[in-house]
Design a protein around this ligand. Structure first.
Ligand code: GLC
Length: 530
């Protein structure tokens, strides 16, 4: 197992830095805060931390609008704090993955300021400038992911610029060689500081249709959904030549030892797997978001695992994600009881799991009052239920007034249950979600079958999903009850074993042979005798 590279055998933990730990009472988490909490991560047993962007930013999109790719925003600290953090991360045997946001910068980035200063500025072509359509108006019908036209008129120079997200996030022009070179220098800057890899923001967006053709309407669009869904993004994203751009980024990483390239890709499985790249020269891990979007149904999940497993190119390594800063919390989606089953699924599937901060204590739906809304998408398209603040609330560490997150006023409200649902309380509760998450990670770490072994579906019937993980003689069966009723499940013939973990954290260590009774919402891990 030790011979397998870390990003295959390990568990990744995503930190949303604004909300993890504040160290200077301004209500916003920071790098020193993360450093103070590293022992939690070691105790939990994860291998790598991915931190969402901490670069200087006007925070129009909370750091995904980068004003300088090679520095740290004062809200989070400075480069000295960063060096201290990475040193301590490595001292503990952990890895650090940075968020890299190459598709767009902030409109306050020096590059964009130059680019918009005049039509003949040398950096004009670093961004995407187009004339108005012949009859006036935007160059084409492309819509911003946060609503409204994706084109912003610039009065001073008489052209539009393209922004796939906020108008404060102009898209860079990856067809321009200087942009590629500048961005490769950024990668080297952080690699030289010792970072172990990157999660690349909206990697499938990097290239756009050279002719800027209109996107066709989406026939499946229904009113009340975000405007971006009204069009099929076939010309604005996922262009064939994006893979050359990614291969060149990958080449930069390959100049260093054991670094990982992860790509954010929201596409159907058949398109997603193309991001491994030709001859696997693309992303090591194109993020697999299937579990975030699936109906919570045993048969459907079995199908999507099979489809995904069957689509990964030879030599490609799978991965699974159950939560992130853009998606509703898993406990809000499937309920508190099923969140335990979901954690067992995430941590026993084949492929690198990414765990989102706070999911280990089961933070659920956090209501955000209108006056507290921060998310620019929610502000642009209010009332559609797409706001991302509920999944970005502060981490709940203990039962003190501000949950141990800050001594100031948190930038987003804390979940109401923070006095009872927090790390301190759950760490000493043998039946808590935190205890379960840790037990699952520990089991995975100990077992070659669970961390790097093969996957095979056993069956999916009614509410029960059962599969096997195997590596030589190390063999486990995972049986998940996705429903709220008791279920019976039969061990395959000639198999005996013992239940080594249950999501209820009771009834473990029972020898089993043939029929097993699963409690409502219970998942179990069986270690097979042979
Ligand atoms: C990614 C990020 C999201 C951000 C968007 C624009 O999807 O995860 O938080 O708003 O890109 O950068």
């Amino acid at each position: 197992m030790q011979e397998t590279v870390w990003w295959k055998r390990g568990v990744i933990y995503q930190i949303y830095p604004r909300s993890f730990q504040d160290s200077n009472a301004d209500g916003i988490g920071d790098l020193d805060g993360i450093r103070r909490r590293l022992d939690h991560l070691v105790w939990l047993g994860v291998d790598a931390v991915w931190i969402s962007p901490v670069y200087p930013s006007p925070m129009a999109d909370f750091g995904y609008d980068v004003a300088d790719y090679c520095d740290i925003d004062p809200n989070f600290g400075n480069l000295e704090h960063f060096r201290a953090l990475i040193t301590e991360i490595h001292e503990r045997g952990l890895k650090l993955i940075m968020d890299f946001v190459p598709n767009h910068s902030s409109d306050q980035h020096a590059w964009f300021k130059e680019s918009r200063s005049s039509r003949d500025n040398p950096k004009r072509d670093w961004y995407i400038w187009r004339d108005a359509a012949p009859g006036g108006g935007p160059p084409n019908n492309w819509v911003s992911n946060f609503g409204g036209s994706a084109w912003q008129w610039d009065e001073a120079t008489g052209q539009y610029y393209y922004h796939a997200f906020l108008r404060e996030q102009p898209d860079l022009n990856w067809r321009n060689r200087e942009v590629c070179e500048a961005m490769h220098d950024v990668l080297r800057f952080w690699l030289d500081l010792g970072v172990d890899g990157f999660r690349v923001d909206v990697i499938w967006h990097l290239m756009k249709d050279e002719q800027f053709r209109d996107n066709p309407p989406n026939p499946a669009y229904v009113d009340g959904r975000p405007e971006i869904e009204s069009l099929l993004q076939i010309h604005s994203t996922d262009q064939p030549d994006v893979h050359d751009v990614i291969a060149r980024m990958r080449h930069v990483l390959d100049g260093y030892k054991d670094r990982v390239l992860i790509g954010e890709v929201y596409l159907p499985i058949d398109r997603l797997v193309t991001y491994y790249g030709r001859e696997l020269a693309g992303a090591h891990l194109p993020f697999n978001f299937q579990l975030l979007q699936t109906a919570w149904h045993a048969g459907r999940i079995a199908e999507l695992i099979d489809e995904y497993e069957g689509s990964i190119p030879d030599g490609g390594w799978p991965n699974w994600v159950l939560g992130n800063h853009d998606q509703p919390r898993v406990a809000a989606r499937v309920g508190e009881d099923q969140a335990r089953v979901a954690a067992m699924l995430l941590l026993t599937l084949r492929g690198t799991p990414t765990l989102y901060y706070g999911d280990e204590i089961g933070i659920g739906r956090v209501a955000i009052p209108a006056h507290a809304v921060q998310d620019p998408w929610e502000k642009n398209e209010p009332g559609l239920g797409i706001g991302r603040d509920p999944q970005r609330t502060p981490m709940q560490w203990d039962a003190s007034a501000k949950a141990g997150f800050t001594e100031g006023t948190p930038w987003l409200p804390l979940s109401e249950d923070h006095r009872t649902r927090n790390v301190a309380v759950q760490a000493s509760d043998p039946t808590s979600m935190l205890t379960l998450t840790r037990a699952l990670i520990m089991l995975r770490r100990r077992s070659p079958a669970l961390s790097i072994g093969a996957y095979a579906l056993l069956n999916a019937k009614g509410d029960v999903l059962a599969y096997e993980r195997r590596c030589g003689h190390d063999r486990y069966m995972i049986v998940l009850n996705l429903g709220g009723k008791e279920e019976l499940w039969n061990l395959p013939e000639n198999v005996t074993g013992e239940i080594v973990l249950s999501t209820t954290l009771g009834g473990a260590d029972q020898d089993v042979a043939d029929e097993i009774r699963l409690r409502p919402d219970e998942g179990i891990v069986i270690q097979c005798h042979r």
